[in-house]
Design a binder for this molecule. Structure first.
Ligand SMILES: NC(=O)NCCC[C@H](N)C(=O)O
Length: 292
């Protein structure tokens, strides 16, 4: 049986790396981590439990990283320290200084699971998983911004070129500043290989034209819900094409996805996702998705 491989964003989710938050999150200093006013460590841990139940309920196998009080509050956002390809994992180099120790945790779990490492992004290069979007199996888009830089994009292109994969960089705006989190995945969530939810005003224009050229239909989320949710209305995890998990409380965003044929499940996430600036996609590192 295949144990790893994923060069797409919405095929059936079979295996995923997650880290259940514990003492590191409960004891996190919100000002150091740039967490918002709705942060509440104990409630965040509880809300995470409901999210994990939804992921497990989809049938995906979860490979768990443990929070052993290492102080890495953001490490629950397992989407970011590594990327999966059909040829093995790529260990990334984080743009956020407080997250620099996280890629080691991913390297350890891949070793334990017998998943090969295809390569590593090294300083001065930085890439975070949230900036990476498979537009199709042979095209990886990377947002160039506060977290991922040109040196990282060039390293990624050199690692993937031998496998016939083209890497394209797209400039992101500074938006809410250096401390805040704006990834390419903050402005797009693929829902199926021909459908994506977007916050149109912040999409890099050249990325928008690429999506159009590839025949990907864009569903536009209500702008007021993007503002009210700190962008987290848009961070939607497909567990298979058109079956998605999103944070609760954003009916307009839910409605536009349902109108496009999606089945939507929600969980309460004010203390977890809205406060800590990362949603359902960020809380998961898919390592095996079936090609759709
Ligand atoms: N892929 C993502 O968008 N990840 C969210 C990461 C949030 C975390 N607090 C961070 O600032 O890196």
């Amino acid at each position: 049986m295949k144990r790893y491989g994923s060069q797409e964003m919405s095929g059936k989710l079979m295996r995923v790396v997650m880290r259940r938050p514990g003492p590191s999150l409960r004891n996190a200093d919100p000002s150091a981590w740039h967490y918002g006013p709705t942060f509440d460590g104990a409630r965040a841990v509880q809300q995470y439990g409901h999210f994990a139940d939804l992921v497990a309920g989809s049938g995906a196998e979860i490979l768990w990283l443990e929070d052993r009080d290492d102080g890495l509050a953001d490490a629950m956002f397992t989407h970011d320290p590594s990327l999966m390809t059909d040829y093995g994992a790529i260990i990334l180099n984080m743009g956020k200084p407080l997250r620099q120790r996280e890629p080691e945790l991913h390297e350890e779990i891949y070793a334990k699971a017998g998943i090969p490492i295809l390569g590593r992004i090294e300083a001065p290069g930085t890439i975070e998983g949230g900036d990476c979007v498979w537009v199709d199996r042979a095209t990886l888009a990377i947002g160039r911004g506060v977290r991922s830089n040109q040196a990282g994009i060039e390293q990624m292109a050199a690692l993937l070129a031998p496998h016939g994969i083209t890497v394209l960089g797209f400039d992101l705006p500074l938006w809410q500043g250096e401390e805040a989190c704006l990834h390419l995945m903050s402005v797009i969530s693929p829902l199926a290989d021909d459908l994506a939810l977007v916050h149109a005003p912040l999409l890099p224009a050249t990325f928008y034209f690429l999506l159009k050229e590839k025949g990907i239909r864009l569903v536009v989320a209500p702008e007021e819900e993007f503002a009210a949710s700190n962008g987290l209305n848009l961070n939607v995890l497909p567990t298979s094409p058109r079956k998605v998990i999103m944070v609760e409380g954003f009916p307009g965003t839910r409605a536009v996805m349902e109108a496009a044929g999606c089945e939507v499940k929600t969980f309460a996430a004010d203390a977890l996702c809205i406060a800590c600036e990362g949603g359902p996609t960020c809380l998961t590192r898919p390592i095996l998705r079936l090609a759709s």
